[in-house]
Design a protein around this ligand. Structure first.
Ligand SMILES: [Cu+2]
Length: 145
């Protein structure tokens, strides 16, 4: 009786270990191809789930046309480069109201000639109202998230 119990005591834990290994291997097989697909379920914030290094968010274009910034208000992810293209025959600038110093929290393109494109990269979240140095009535806003 005591011997029978001790035999079972040896076999049952052994079966348990085999079962745990089998289940564990099955989970690894199931979960491994599933993990890249998991990003699609959080598609509402593609920049947040992007694992790419550097945090660079690519380039977003703003047209300067008829003395207006188009779009006037732009929402971008931190690290995005904004590219202003002057489609007017007059010179313009895109100058942040907060001064134009660098460091990812401000910008000043300087003069953008007709047909020319100038860029600025905003790396710090915040709201950046800007204007044209030559035409005080021209206003735009970049919102960095
Ligand atoms: Cu202007």
């Amino acid at each position: 009786m005591a011997k029978l119990l001790s035999d079972r005591a040896k076999i049952i834990p052994l079966l348990g270990v085999v079962l745990v290994i089998a289940v564990g291997a099955a989970l690894v097989i199931v979960l491994t191809p599933g993990s890249p697909g998991a990003t699609s379920s959080t598609s509402s914030a593609p920049t947040a789930v992007s694992p790419q290094a550097g945090g660079k968010g690519g380039t977003v274009k703003v047209a300067i046309k008829n003395y207006t910034y188009q779009p006037a208000t732009l929402r971008v992810a931190a690290g995005t480069t904004i590219a202003w293209t002057n489609e007017d025959s007059t010179d313009h600038t895109s100058t942040a109201d907060n001064g134009g110093f660098s460091g990812g929290a401000s910008f000043d393109t300087g003069t953008i000639n007709q047909g020319q494109t100038k860029t600025a990269t905003l790396s710090k979240p915040g709201s950046y109202p800007y204007h044209c140095s030559f035409h005080a009535f021209m206003h735009g806003t970049i919102i960095v998230k």
